[in-house]
Design a protein around this ligand. Structure first.
Ligand SMILES: [Zn+2]
Length: 247
């Protein structure tokens, strides 16, 4: 995953001349030299999904294909997810609602509420975090799968199924057991629309790491248990809490 820590709101000029309009003076959101949003003031925040980099020739949402995200809130975090239309759609819908390239390259972007609120101070076009939909279990599993190291479980819309050759061990127990449990969890909850929350994993909390053999050795903190119930960990830092535990 890709944590948005020091995003910058920068002035920008877009040339809409080819569509018979003039120059547009606006603001873009930039992180690590990547433009996440090219015209903050032109985003249709009420739309689900939401197009972020919009057409650079006219500034209209939906003019071009691709660059759509689903904005979600989970506990103290806001996430930019690939859209349901991309993950579960067919043919043309999938291309139309493809996520921005940065989600493929850098992973699913997320930021905490404090960072988001600082953005709202610098640009009043950002809506209140309360206006975003709550993340559900299906989306949490999608996030877990999308950003698993080495695409261990495939990348949506591929089915959640592991590539056994990557995993060579685990911090405790038998790693093949955990892989089987994760696949079973994804099967059982993959269409669950129950809202979830996220909480930070404590440093001294027991969690299961999987050891992966790629171009370099990877220790991936992937799951933990609460009274015997499996809980996913996102970005090795945030535990996915089912609705009943939501805070
Ligand atoms: Zn256009």
């Amino acid at each position: 995953m890709w944590q948005i820590k020091d995003p910058e709101v920068q002035p920008t000029i877009l040339d809409f001349g080819s569509s018979g309009q003039g120059k547009h003076h606006g603001f873009q959101l930039v992180l690590d030299n990547t433009v996440l949003i090219n015209a903050i003031e032109l985003v249709d925040w009420d739309e689900e999904p939401t197009q972020f980099p919009i057409c650079e020739a006219c500034g209209y949402v939906h003019c071009k294909r691709g660059d759509w995200v689903s904005l979600r809130r989970a506990g103290p975090m806001i996430l930019l997810l690939p859209t349901l239309e991309f993950v579960e759609g067919e043919g043309d819908d999938r291309m139309e609602y493809r996520p921005p390239e940065y989600i493929f390259k850098k992973g699913i972007p997320y930021l905490n509420l404090a960072t988001y609120d600082s953005l709202r101070v610098s640009n009043t076009c950002f809506p209140s975090a309360d206006s975003f939909r709550r993340m559900n279990m299906r989306e949490a599993i999608l996030t877990f799968q999308w950003d698993a190291p080495l695409q261990l479980f495939g990348r949506p819309p591929q089915p959640f199924a592991h590539r056994s050759e990557c995993v060579i061990g685990s911090s405790i127990g038998d790693h093949t057991e955990y892989i089987g449990q994760l696949e079973e969890f994804a099967r059982a909850n993959g269409s669950c629309e129950c809202e979830i929350s996220l909480r930070q994993l404590n440093a001294d909390e027991p969690a299961v790491s999987l050891y992966l053999d790629g171009p370099e050795f990877i220790e991936w903190k992937a799951l933990t248990y609460d009274e015997g119930r499996l809980q996913l960990i996102l970005d090795s830092k945030y535990v996915v809490l089912p609705d009943a535990d939501a805070v």
